[in-house]
Design a protein around this ligand. Structure first.
Ligand code: ADP
Ligand code: MG
Length: 345
């Protein structure tokens, strides 16, 4: 009898301790959330922790850094002029075929990294796609389907090998006149990763950044459980094709339903083949899951440009990369390492 009472007392003691610690914890951990429109998309940062002032400060600093990268990489700043407030990318474009331009270290870094993916995709991914985007009118008021002669002319200007970088002097140069950079496929991911670094340096352990389909999580949600992130159905964006469990990693989707344009009743997506000058149609969406948001952003666009099976094979081959593809027949393909990470709906 005495022994039973003793056991019950111990069990009760641990139960009270457990419930007490849970209540204390739930009282302490709070969320700070903030949004800003950057890089043509709504960016939201959610941070979790016990010190609200720190969460707020870290989030504000993260946004300052994202704004800085956005300003450096905006190719439409000041109408592509050489005004002193023109972005680094605008200045590089304006000086194409004329002379190298001194730019921020981060811009040299972005260009250097992006060039590597042109080789990896046999030229399908190329950030000198600017003249082709302009010809179609992406990001501008008026759009048109260009004729084959016009396309031929601008395709000659797409060649990442003609991006000349000097890392010591921090200069960038496009060696042919009328070439232009378009960092739409990479700048968001780079900015998100820089923002996460700021949060980490400030001691934040749990956060989620969502930059219009570019997701990067830090730690676990509330420091407790993996983050659950949905992959949208490309043909019914109110429903999901799958749910990912993420800890300290990024998931970025490139889809044909984002930012597409309509010309004469036909829809054209914004990811263009440098071989044909036309939007690619082999995938409806490609989601890449990996440690950092930059790689995920570059690769989601790069794999989107490839045939589904080739893209899947490349993702399978690359270390630390997982991918979910919805192909043109609306079939879901995914890399083998995803089995524990994704729930297919
Ligand atoms: P989003 O910007 O909607 O998140 P992506 O990251 O997939 O989508 O990037 C699409 C952008 O990539 C386009 O808007 C354009 O700026 C750029 N782009 C288009 N075609 C190519 C290409 N072949 N190689 C590199 N970048 C491209
Ligand atoms: Mg991208």
């Amino acid at each position: 009898m005495k022994k039973n009472c003793f056991v019950i007392a111990i069990v009760l003691f641990f139960l009270v301790m457990f419930i007490g610690s849970r209540i204390m914890r739930s009282q302490q951990v709070c969320e700070y959330q903030s949004e800003e429109f950057l890089m043509d998309t709504l960016v939201s940062i959610s941070t979790y922790g016990t010190d609200t002032d720190l969460l707020k400060l870290a989030t504000e600093e993260a946004f300052v850094e994202m704004r800085r990268i956005a300003d450096l990489t905006d190719r439409f700043s000041e109408g592509d002029s050489l005004a002193c407030n023109a972005s680094d990318v605008s200045r590089i474009n304006k000086m194409a075929g004329i002379e190298p331009v001194t730019v921020d270290k981060d811009v040299v870094n972005i260009l250097k990294l992006a060039k590597e993916y042109t080789e990896l995709t046999n030229g399908a991914f190329d950030i000198t796609i600017g003249p082709v985007m302009d010809l179609w009118g992406f990001g501008q008021e008026k759009q048109k389907v260009p004729n084959s002669l016009e396309i031929q002319k601008v395709l000659e200007l797409v060649d990442s090998k003609k991006i000349i970088l000097n890392e010591d002097l921090c200069t960038a140069y496009l060696s042919q006149k009328s070439m232009s950079l378009d960092l739409g496929a990479v700048a968001k991911g780079y900015a998100v990763e820089k923002a996460v670094n700021i949060l980490e340096n400030q001691g934040i352990k749990s956060a989620l950044i969502d930059a219009g389909g570019n997701i990067r999580v830090l730690g676990k949600k509330d420091n407790e459980k993996p983050w659950k992130v949905g992959i949208q159905d490309p043909r019914d964006t109110s429903s999901l094709v799958g749910i990912l469990s993420l800890v300290d990693e990024s998931a970025v989707t490139s889809g044909d339903y984002y930012r597409s344009i309509e010309i004469n009743g036909r829809t054209y997506n914004h990811i263009i083949s440098p071989k044909t000058g036309f939007p690619v149609g082999d995938n409806m969406s490609v989601t890449v899951i990996t440690k950092d948001a930059f790689t995920a952003d570059v690769l989601s666009t790069a794999l989107f440009l490839m045939k589904s099976q080739q893209a899947l094979a490349l993702a399978e081959e690359l270390e630390g990369i997982e991918a979910v593809l919805v192909n043109a027949d609306q079939e879901i393909l995914m890399t083998s390492g995803l089995i524990e990470k994704v729930v297919i709906k």
